[in-house]
Design a protein around this ligand. Structure first.
Ligand code: G
Ligand code: G
Ligand code: MN
Ligand code: NA
Length: 254
């Protein structure tokens, strides 16, 4: 209850901030997107990571307000980053199960945020975890089609860790598979991880989907992905998540 009240006041006081992590082309190192990752900046406790408050915010429905704020803020700050000289890439926002269930509201918030900050829909991507998508398949397809109707990009986050049936991939109007970082970590030594990642890349290619590997920490990880034909990656090898100003400074100085 204490944490619940603290989240409530963090919403009122606007103690949240977005950090951004680059998404890049593995061959050229070119920037292709920025994932927005929320942080709670508490005046006393400092930076509180999402794992410590997103689950409770989800259970209590408070994620609704937080999620609305994230979408609007990401649009506002993307516009600022474009103006500060970063390439005109997309911003990727994580969407929670609660937000996905309230799809009509989600669509409204997306449309009004894009409009408010004069951003074209091609600059917004949503990251949805597999677990969001498997509850009621017919309902999921309807909701995804409405989101896709806004002409935004849709990505499946943490791909490979949930229980999504591969057969649904062809009926979902999605654009990107994000391979979960747990498959990338030991990719040079673990034969199963190698096989799984190789298979995901080949399958995505056949289905006409883009693939982005998460948790790329080393040159060797990156080389492996290039060899297997994966086009995009994200991870500490390129850049940790950073606040807007630091991110722009870091990226432009590379
Ligand atoms: O760095 P990292 O600790 O940012 O993120 C941890 C987890 O929190 C990830 O699973 C990520 O998807 C989730 N997360 C980060 N930002 C948001 C957000 O704005 N909304 C939701 N729903 N989840 C987020
Ligand atoms: O949204 P998602 O569940 O994919 O959240 C990504 C999480 O992975 C965030 O917590 C982010 O800070 C973290 N992350 C990003 N790059 C790396 C990396 O290279 N290695 C590790 N271990 N974590 C990473
Ligand atoms: Mn994500
Ligand atoms: Na992920």
């Amino acid at each position: 209850l204490l944490l619940e009240n603290r989240i409530r006041s963090a919403i009122e006081e606007e103690y949240f901030q977005l950090y951004y992590q680059p998404q890049v082309d593995v061959r050229t190192g070119e920037l292709v997107g920025l994932e927005a990752l929320i942080r709670w900046i508490d005046p006393e406790k400092g930076v509180i990571p999402p794992i410590e408050f997103i689950p409770l915010a989800e259970d209590t429905g408070m994620i609704g307000k937080i999620g609305d704020w994230v979408i609007a803020k990401a649009c506002e700050e993307l516009k600022a980053m474009h103006a500060q000289g970063l390439p005109n890439v997309k911003v990727a926002v994580n969407v929670s199960p609660y937000q996905f269930k309230h799809g009509a509201h989600l669509c409204e918030v997306i449309e009004s945020s894009l409009k408010k900050y004069d951003l074209s829909s091609e600059y917004l991507s949503l990251e949805l975890t597999e677990s969001i998508l498997i509850e009621d398949i017919e309902e999921t397809i309807l909701s995804l089609n409405k989101l896709k109707g806004l002409n935004i990009t849709l990505a499946i986050d943490d791909f490979g860790t949930g229980y999504s049936s591969l057969s649904y991939l062809k009926s979902f109007p999605i654009d990107v598979l994000k391979i979960d970082q747990t498959f990338i970590r030991d990719i040079l030594s673990d034969e199963s991880d190698k096989a799984i990642v190789t298979a995901i890349i080949a399958m995505a290619d056949q289905l006409g989907l883009d693939v982005l590997a998460e948790g790329v920490e080393t040159q060797a990880h990156n080389d492996f992905l290039i060899e297997k034909g994966c086009h995009y990656a994200q991870g500490y090898f390129y850049c940790k998540p950073k606040p807007l100003d630091e991110l722009v400074e870091f990226w432009l100085a590379r």
